[in-house]
Design a protein around this ligand. Structure first.
Ligand code: FAD
Ligand code: PYC
Length: 419
């Protein structure tokens, strides 16, 4: 429990008292009638935004995070926690690498163990075109100062002995890209760590508070309607992942976003067999093993649009087949749970971090299937935007204007999950 201020003695003491004397990690407060800045969405990104805003820009004044459910209960709770920065284009590699560097110091910064484990990520190549794309991306990463390597099939087999690399497979493994500094973190710990740190800096975290409308007049945001009453504010940051289009509509805006289900599932717990993260776009599946011993398995997106957090059974079937293709020995592992989240995908598979036509209203969305890894970086740059009203150098390329100017940043190949 490094970094959490819990000695063994205090764990035993609180454990025997049924946790009744534990201090709450963050303060429960009532919604106030007005704030200087309101962040809509209490997922990892919203909480990170609040934390960096309060920490780096205390002059902005009173900050609230409004969350319709419970903190970190959306995609933050539902994702498979892969963190890496091996994107193709300089703009995205820079923002994800900024995030990865923040991950590397996050436990210390928050004084909360976010269980960031740099166990490496492999992106497998199964065709000559896959291998050409991998080489191109790894070469770009070398120029960007990002640790990435091309491995051939023999080198992959040495590092992942359990992987079936035989040439007779339907999709033989020809090689992989490997980022050693990549890995996984604990999703709940990340949300709680940011929530606790933000609360300690005076941010009001309001759960069960759904934004239902926006007060806009004279082209400016004046306040928000919520199920708990009206809130006056002249600065709003929307960080609502799969529901960004719903919020945009309240302001009369249309974002270039599609909302798709994305599924994952976990197996029963077992001894440690996999100590890294393996992804394959060609067979449509990826996997790691949690600290509890479960195989954490994810799929490509469900192709239809929708807000149901479930997904269709055929995607589960297809993904299970893909995993067995890679690891035939897992065919007898039993699955425990399956779920879906809603991801908001942009036409170029890159996020939108932007002001809008409504003065004082900002959006941070469109992280699609890959936003967990961006949590600290996204919060950091969006906090700058909310404080200064303009994007900082890392966010500048991600404004919504790019869909008018045509300066798209196509990261479909690096998205890691088949779209
Ligand atoms: P969320 O945690 O969804 O936060 C948004 C919050 O806004 C929610 O809590 C929601 O309740 C709230 N909200 C919405 N509307 C309102 C409203 N009107 N009023 C108040 N609150 C509102 N990314 C990776 O980098 N690596 C991965 O391995 C990975 N795996 C994934 C696997 C799955 C199955 C899924 C679904 C996603 C995965 N992702 C992954 C993507 C990642 O989860 C998201 O990009 C990221 O979590 C988005 O963060 P967030 O904090 O914005 O979202
Ligand atoms: O972006 O690396 C990623 C990812 C993995 C699984 C879902 N997204």
């Amino acid at each position: 429990m490094r970094g959490q201020n819990y000695s063994l003695w205090s764990l035993l003491k609180h454990g025997f008292k049924n946790h009744q004397t534990w201090e709450p990690a963050w303060e429960r407060v009532a919604l106030k009638p007005s704030y200087d800045v309101v962040i809509v969405g209490g997922g990892g990104h919203g909480l990170a935004t609040a934390y960096y805003l309060a920490k780096n820009h205390p002059q902005v004044g009173r900050i609230a995070v409004l969350e319709k459910g419970y903190l970190g209960g959306g995609n933050t709770a539902r994702n498979t926690t892969i963190v890496r920065s091996n994107y193709l284009w300089d703009e995205s590699a820079a923002i994800y690498e900024h995030s990865l560097k923040l991950w590397e110091g996050l436990t210390e910064d928050l004084n909360f163990n976010v269980m960031f484990s740099q166990r490496g990520v492999f992106n497998l190549g199964h065709t000559l075109q896959d291998m050409r794309d991998i080489e191109r991306r790894v070469n770009a990463n070398a120029l960007q100062g990002i640790d990435a390597h091309v491995l051939n099939a023999r080198e992959v087999k040495e590092k992942i002995p359990q992987l079936d690399c035989s040439r007779s497979r339907r999709y033989p493994v020809l090689g992989a890209s490997w980022q050693p500094r990549a890995g996984i973190a604990h999703h709940d710990a990340v949300a709680r760590g940011f929530a606790r740190a933000a609360s300690r800096l005076g941010v009001d975290l309001i759960e069960g508070c759904e934004v239902t409308g926006m007060d806009i007049s004279g082209g400016k945001i004046r306040g928000l309607q919520t199920n708990l009453g009206m809130v006056k504010t002249d600065r709003v940051g929307c960080v609502a992942a799969g529901h960004s289009s719903v919020l945009a509509k309240m302001a009369g805006l249309r974002m270039p976003l599609e909302s798709h289900p994305l599924q994952a599932f976990v197996s029963e717990s077992m001894q440690r067999v996999i100590d890294t993260v393996i992804m394959s776009n060609a067979v449509h599946g990826y996997l790691s093993q949690s600290d509890k011993g479960e195989l954490v398995i994810g799929a490509g997106i469900d192709s239809y649009l929708g807000y149901g957090q479930r997904g269709s059974p055929h995607v589960i079937e297809h993904t299970a087949a893909a995993i067995i293709e890679l690891f035939p020995q897992f065919s007898r592992v039993r699955m425990n749970r399956q779920w879906g989240g809603i991801v908001d995908v942009t036409p170029d598979a890159c996020p939108i971090i932007s002001k809008t036509a409504v003065q004082g209203l900002f959006f941070n969305c469109g992280w699609g299937t890959g936003g967990f890894k961006a949590t600290p970086g996204s919060g950091h740059v969006f906090a700058d935007m909310l404080a200064q009203g303009e994007p900082n150098a890392l966010a500048r390329s991600f404004t919504v204007d790019r869909f008018h100017t045509g300066h798209l940043i196509d990261e479909h190949g690096a998205a890691g999950v088949a779209h």
